[in-house]
Design a protein around this ligand. Sequence first.
Ligand code: FAD
Ligand code: UDP
Length: 389
Amino acid sequence: MSAPVSIDFLIVGAGFSGLVAAERLCQAGFSCVVIDQRQHLGGNAHDCHDEAGVLIHPYGPHYFRTNSPRIVGYLSQFTEWRQATYQIKSFTKGRYWSFPINLNTFEEWIGREATEQEWRDYLACHQVPIENPQNSEEVILAQVGHEFYRTFFEPYTLKQWKKHPRELQASVCGRIPIRHNRDDRYLTESFQAMPAAGYTAMFEKMVEHSPGLEIRLGVDFASEKQRWNYRHLIFTGPIDAYYEHCFGPLPYRSLRFERHTYSGEELQQRAAISGKPGCWQPYLQINHPDLDVPYTRTVEIKHITGQVIDATTVVHEFPDDWTPDKEPFYPVPTDENAVLYAQYRALAEQEKQVSFIGRLGTYRYYNMDQVTGMALAEAEKLILRYRLS
Ligand code: FAD
Ligand code: UDP
């Protein structure tokens, strides 16, 4: 075997975290190599065209949003944006409901028009008085009470996580806003837009903007690490895998996707019914809380990519137990898992030449903007440190 090649940074993972860190470090003049066991850029945010030419999100829908002008400014170096309204409905009891829960949902619930004051009065009567919600059941009960909780949250959460909302930290269901007005956008952040040419195109630009960056796809860290003599390692894979599960495996949740593509006359007929030209279903995303439906949501990403093509692809998302042959899509936010993660974190904090960032590296249910912020901060720290040494 040839002698290891000397570089400044070896970065494991070509997702948001790894590529943002690489771009910053390369711009600062360091030599970096990014490796990924998958065959493409972008990690779970990767997008690509399916056999019919439809731009899809193969690892689940990715709706970019942020409150941070700094993150928008940074990413805007690599992409234009297409404004997006992420509109989602919940389907249960044989009909669509406005979701997240808002005044429209209340009107649908009571079957007549209502004022914001009536909605507030209803909530005041039904909210369960819990001052400091400790879990995902309490956080919803405290806001909307039992009826809405049992209809929209309890079964969906059981299906998605195979855990009762009571077992999950408040932040899980607490991600979903509850509104007093008629705002039915799924998300609340001030900036909501999609990279105009897609995520992968944005990552390709980021790589072009990373002088000297070497990317090696389809390789695993374990088999690749001997090849490099690095000053510092940035690891964005699962932290428990890095430590060979020495405290026991951290739990993850996985997903399985089923795709159906429609085109031609069949699509046109359906689009006439849905009222959305070129689209199969009437909304970008439909959530299915009912337990007798095996999937949690159906997503038609064409609603927000703006692609002009005589075809569309609808994806059914099925929650799945995680096993090592599947993608660890979600950390599982329970108190017990937080304790287990803290043991790994304690080991990580002793490392002088290894940084753990990203959703899997820090075992946090983080969105794309959050991991971008984390990677920017870590890169800044490392640039200062290694410039001086
Ligand atoms: P990842 O994208 O997971 O990248 C880590 C990379 O490391 C992977 O490509 C992996 O192959 C590689 N890797 C791991 N171990 C090794 C190893 N040993 N050797 C080599 N390579 C390795 N966020 C939003 O903001 N909006 C959304 O709408 C949204 N929707 C989502 C929907 C789903 C279904 C999922 C699962 C996530 C969603 N997210 C969303 C979150 C978003 O995907 C993450 O925040 C972001 O992609 C995390 O980036 P990352 O680089 O930290 O991790
Ligand atoms: N959730 C729910 N009902 C819904 C939508 C979400 O109970 O209709 C809960 C569920 O526990 C889910 C969590 O809220 O896992 C977060 O939902 P989100 O849509 O943000 O999930 P993600 O896009 O991250 O999979």
